[in-house]
Design a protein around this ligand. Structure first.
Ligand code: TYD
Ligand code: MG
Length: 456
């Protein structure tokens, strides 16, 4: 009987260790080492080609002789997916789609499989063929060349690929696959690494692109996507709040394009709809002007969008006033309140302050500060802000309004959506031609200037 070999792997970075340690010596994380049983069948003896006279398999090539421009990109029928992939699907690439359970990963890729006019194999270890068929019926699409394969054994899977020779492979999910070359259980660190490695070799050798679905949990404890990031070419993350219908597809890593791209979808009863104009979702439709709401021209990745910030300032019922922020950093809210107090004399001390970014989205863009201070003051003074006004600027500790990046894109988007005025930092004016826009660009230097303009 073959001797069982045990090794310890770090759940965080995947490094193999020979003995257990409290701390991973590679990534310095604590308590991340897990024991795995490793047993590779008849592993070929490693040939030391640098010593023996055996010819190596590969040839080195001079960098100037490398042919470029032949990376074949297939345009997918999904414009958002094309965008995040950097302009289409590169043949032979391995793409990981990560996300929490139930966010819509299977739906996204099944929809792609049904819409792409090519031979596709959708491998599912999660659901039966009937379940997938039911979902396809729900989406309401049909594709005569989409095969379903309920298989979890990688070697069996490759046999099917050989006979079918598909144009695209989708694997749902990497955590359910098992390689017969290893003994450990599906979903364990070594299995995930091995299966992803096998799929990567498959993709590179056959030039068939492979989509892999990977789960992450809220705590991020299950071994998976984090560890796979090194192996795959592209990592996409599907995010969203379960209580809202839209989903954001983000690029975390891309060997063939920018990571600043973003795709937006809306989950409907009949599948995912591509959202071309995200602002439509993020600005609430209301007829009359209400106080406490201000619109920010923000950027998510490279994509400009207008988003509504809402503030509610009310008299505190209890001794200690509450501060609560949804979709925004609470510490930053406290800082902005302190700036308003110190620099403009607005007193929030005896008030509860609630802040909400509409649509359940989370914003890290500092340009949202200006809209937030405006919403706060608007609610405090019960003065509504005209719905045709928007803001883009960062607020500094001394109450100065700092410049933000890509202001031109923000102004253009606001103008395209029919806004009449945009407040920006006066430091952003350099190189900008405010007269070329259809929207009135109002530069301001300090927040007290802003309020005297706004509330006059
Ligand atoms: P699913 O793709 O199964 O998520 P994942 O693979 O990431 O776990 O999607 C699950 C959710 O999406 C489920 O709660 C139902 C919802 N859904 C819709 O709202 N509309 C649809 O057309 C489909 C197919 C799913
Ligand atoms: Mg699924």
């Amino acid at each position: 009987m073959a001797k069982i070999k045990k090794q310890f792997f770090c759940k965080n970075c995947g490094t193999a260790h020979t003995k257990w340690n409290g701390k991973c010596s590679a990534c310095n994380e604590w308590n991340t080492l897990v024991e795995e049983v490793v047993q590779k069948e008849d592993k070929k003896e490693i040939t030391r080609t640098w010593r023996a006279d055996g010819k190596p398999k590969t040839e080195p090539i001079l960098i100037q002789d490398v042919q470029t421009g032949n990376t074949k990109r297939t345009k997918l029928p999904d414009s958002e997916l094309n965008r995040v992939l950097g302009g289409g699907l590169v043949s032979g690439s391995l793409i990981l789609l990560g996300g929490e359970p139930g966010i819509g990963k299977s739906t996204l890729l099944l929809q792609l499989a049904l819409r792409l006019p090519a031979k596709i194999v959708y491998v599912s270890g999660e659901e039966s063929e009937e379940q997938i068929k039911m979902r396809a019926t729900r989406i309401g699409l049909q594709n005569a060349t989409c095969y379903l394969l309920a298989e979890t054994d990688t070697q069996e899977m490759f046999k099917h690929f050989k006979t079918l020779s598909p144009d695209l492979v989708i694997v749902d999910s990497i955590q359910t696959l098992t390689s017969p070359l290893l003994d450990s259980t599906p979903g364990s660190v070594s299995q995930i690494r091995e299966c992803a490695g096998e799929l990567q070799r498959f993709a590179k050798e056959t030039n068939i692109p492979v989509f892999l679905i990977g789960h992450i949990t809220k705590e991020g404890t299950i071994a998976g996507p984090k560890l796979l990031e090194h192996i795959v070419d592209t990592v996409l993350q599907f995010e969203g709040d379960h209580h809202y219908t839209y989903r954001i597809l983000r690029t975390i890593k891309n060997r063939f394009g920018s990571t600043a791209e973003l795709g937006i979808y809306e989950m409907q009863s009949g599948g995912l709809r591509e959202v071309e104009n995200p602002s439509e979702l993020l600005i609430s439709q209301k007829d009359d002007d209400l106080s406490g709401s201000a619109i920010c021209a923000t950027l998510e990745g490279l994509r400009p969008m207008l988003i509504e910030t809402q503030a509610l300032v009310s008299t505190a019922v209890y001794g200690t006033p509450q501060r609560s922020a949804t979709g925004f950093d609470l510490r930053r809210l406290n800082m902005l309140l302190a700036v308003l107090e110190k620099r403009c004399g607005f007193h929030f001390g005896a008030n509860d302050v609630f802040l909400n970014i509409a649509g359940g989205i989370r914003i890290d863009d500092p340009a949202i500060d200006l809209a937030i201070v405006s919403a706060l003051v608007s609610s405090l003074q019960t003065i509504p802000i005209d719905a045709k006004i928007c803001f883009a600027g960062e607020v500094g500790l001394s109450g100065e309004i700092r410049s933000v990046n890509r202001v031109d894109q923000r102004i253009q988007e606001a103008s395209r959506l029919g806004f009449k005025q945009i407040f920006i930092s006066k430091y952003n004016l350099k190189g900008l031609h405010p007269e070329k826009y259809d929207i009135e660009v109002i530069p301001v230097g300090k927040i007290d200037e802003l309020f005297s303009l706004l509330m006059s």
